[in-house]
Write a protein that binds this ligand. Sequence first.
Ligand SMILES: *Cc1c(COP(=O)(O)O)cnc(C)c1O
Length: 417
Amino acid sequence: MKFPKIKRTLPPAASPIYLRDILWGIRGMIMGDREVERFRDELKETFGSRYCGLVSSGKVALAVTLETLRELCPERDQVVIPAFTCYSVPAVITRLGLRVRLCDVDPDTLDFDYDQLAGILSGVGGEESAEAGGKTGTEGILCVLPTHLFGIPSDISRVRKLVKDPGITVVEDAAQAMGGVHGGRKLGTLGDVGFFSLGRGKAFSTVEGGILLTDREDIGEIVERRIRMMPDYGTVGQLKLLAQAFTISIFLRPSLFWFPKSLPFLNLGKTVFETDYKVGKLSPFQAGLAIKWKARLREFAGARVRNAGHWASLFNQHMPGDHPETLNLIRFPVRLENREVKAMILSLDLSSEFGIMATYPDSIDGIEELAQMGAERRFPAAKKCSEDIITLPVHSYMSRRDRAEIESLFKNVIPSG
Ligand SMILES: *Cc1c(COP(=O)(O)O)cnc(C)c1O
C-alpha cells in the first residue's frame, strides 16, 4: 500500500456541505415531514412544475419514472439512452427488467448522435429492435433519455421534434445539471419528466437524494402515489446521513481531501454498475440540509461558470449551449486524442492532486453485466469518448493558484498548448 501523501488535494467535483447546513438538517429532523413539504413546494415554485417527487437518489427518481411509464404503457419496455453516460442509468433499467436501447453520441457535444436517434425514433434499425424483444417500429419504445452530461445541455427540443409516436415519453436526465439553463429555460423542466441527483459530486448535494419534476398529471399522480408507499430513512438512517454529511463537511476541503482519497474502501472516483441501490423517500434531515439550496446553487454556479469559461477559452473548446456565462458544468471535459498524452497526464501525481481524472471507463455496451448487448461494438463515438476524455475540476474549492498549476501542467505536457 502506498502511504498517503499529506498534501493539498482537490476533489474532481464538489458541492460543499457546511456545518451550518448540518444544523439546518438537524432542525429538519425535528420538524419532520413538514420540512420535506417545504422543500417540495419551493422546488415546484422555482421550477414552475406541477408535480415534484423527492426520493433517496437520482437512481430512484429515474426508477419511479420508469415504473410509472410502464404502468401507463405496459406493452412498451425499451429505454433509449446515450451509449456514453453514467452507469447508474442502465443499472436502473436492468433492475426493473426493462431493455436498454443505446444511441451513439456526438463526440463534440456529448449529446445524442441525432442521425442515429432519428432512425431509432422512426422505427428504422429494425434488426436491433428485433433483438430487443422482437418488436419492430417504435411501439416497443417506452421513453428516451436526453442527458445533460457534465451539465452540457442536451438539445431537448430537437429530441422532441424527432418523437413522432405519442406513446414515447421524453425523460430529461438532468442528474448533473441542477441549476443549469438553456435558451433561457431551466434544465430539468424541458422533458415530460426531468430529474436531478443530489448525490456527492453533483451540482448540489444532500449527501444523497433525487428530485423528480413533471407537469404531466397522469405521470405526476402515479409518481406521488408510488413515493408515498416508499419506506423512509427512519431515525437510524437519518443519523447515518448526519454522520456522512459531517464527514463530507470536513474532508471535502482540499486541505484534508488526501485522507478520504487514500482510503480504498471508499471507492472514490470509481464507476460501478450497481443494481442493488436502496429505495426510499428523501428524509426531513436532507430537506433541512437543503434549506438554503437556492443561494447555495447560485454560489456554486458562480465559481463553476467562471472556471468552466476559463477552461473553455484555454482549450479553445467550443461548448454547445448558449453563452460562456451559462456554462454551468460540474466537471470540465477535455478531449485528448493522443492516448500517450492522456495516459501521461493521468499518471502524474499532480493530476490526482488537482482533481484531474478519466470519465466512465467504457461505453455502455462495454459493461460486462449487460452481456445482452452482444459483443459487437456499434457505438464507436461513445467508446472513443470513454477513451479520450478527461475532466478538470470547476468547483468553488479550486483556487486561482490551483487553476494556474493545472494550466502549467498541461503546458508542460503539451508544449504546443
Ligand atoms: C449520478 C447520475 C445518475 C444517478 O444519480 P444518483 O443520485 O447517483 O443515483 C443518473 N444519471 C446521471 C447522468 C448521473 O450522473
